[in-house]
Design a protein around this ligand. Structure first.
Ligand code: SF4
Ligand code: SF4
Length: 301
């Protein structure tokens, strides 16, 4: 029998280390959340300051260049401010937040820590529409106003948050929607807004809202031939959860994504055989900080 070639992705170097610092707990219940986070979802727990510190130490010998924090909502974790302050001793940090629970006292401490650090602290704030009418049906009643207030707080403390929006509109409307976003953000006092549009992932709550991946939506080994694998998060990243170290932030709920208990154990190749891998393959760099207008409409592979 001919052997089947797996779509294996080798970790080139552990550049980015992610932390599922908020577990799956969130103050919101967005209807497109790909890990179905909510105020009641405790499937994954918080990471404590001590746990993060241990991983930061572990990461030094591996030459990790940047640290990312996600959830759930990271700022529900009572250690979050201290975790970011500690991380800024090791490298640049980015935290993904829904922007609705930010407190001035935390941002003041973080602005002071960043000013004293060699490294930068980035915030990514999720909003999925440029108005309450377009955002709130996805993220919940009143969330547009609350997230915009969070962005204004960040700007007032000297941060330049990256606004991330899941594309819950037809791709043909990208330019029009992006224009509306920029106008609204500028009117709110954010004069040079940074914006990143993300594809939705057909997992978790989004699977119920629209559809899941079909069995045919899979990356094959042939598709990876001559493909720039550095576009894939799993080619240069791993994520720590309270269960261990997983291949990427997208697949933590898939049992085969858990690669080991230590960072060293997780440095193994991974076969990208999940439906969500097709979204990464098609859009690339979906977890990076780059922010821009799309230069061209993305096309299916
Ligand atoms: S998409 Fe983000 S803000 Fe919304 S429920 Fe999921 S983790 Fe919370
Ligand atoms: S979902 Fe994306 S980042 Fe995760 S293993 Fe698949 S291709 Fe890699």
């Amino acid at each position: 029998m001919p052997s089947i070639r797996l779509p294996l992705v080798q970790l080139s170097h552990l550049d980015h280390l992610w932390f599922q610092v908020g577990g799956t707990l969130c103050n919101l219940t967005c209807c497109h959340c790909f890990i179905s986070c909510s105020p009641k979802n405790t499937s994954f727990g918080f990471l404590s300051l001590a746990e993060v510190k241990q991983r930061l130490e572990e990461s030094i010998v591996l030459g990790v260049k940047e640290y990312y924090f996600t959830g759930g909502e990271p700022f529900l974790n009572p250690d979050m401010t201290d975790i970011l302050i500690e991380t800024l001793k090791y490298g640049p940090a980015t935290v993904l937040t829904n922007g609705t629970v930010l407190k001035d006292i935390w941002l003041q401490r973080l602005a002071t820590a960043e000013a004293a650090s060699l490294y930068s602290l980035e915030f990514r704030v999720s909003i999925d529409g440029f108005s309450p009418a377009t955002n709130d049906p996805i993220r919940g009643e009143g969330t547009f106003a609350r997230a915009l207030a969070g962005i204004q707080k960040l700007v007032a403390h000297g941060f330049l948050p990256i606004i991330t929006a899941a594309r819950v509109w037809p791709i043909e409307r990208d330019r029009e929607v992006i224009g509306e976003f920029l106008n609204v953000l500028k009117s709110a006092g954010y004069s040079r807004p940074r914006l990143k549009i993300l594809p939705t992932l057909q997992l978790g709550a989004e699977e119920a809202r629209t559809r899941g991946y079909t069995p045919g939506e899979r990356v094959t080994a042939d598709m990876l031939d001559d493909y720039d694998r550095s576009q894939l998060v799993c080619e240069h990243s791993r994520i720590v959860t309270d269960r261990g170290v997983h291949v990427c932030p997208i697949l933590i709920e898939s049992p085969d994504s858990l690669l080991g208990q230590s960072l060293a154990e997780s440095l193994v190749p991974y076969a990208i055989q999940h439906g969500a891998c097709t979204t990464c393959y098609q859009y690339g760099a979906i977890c990076s900080n780059a922010s821009s207008l799309p230069a061209r409409p993305e096309t299916p592979a």
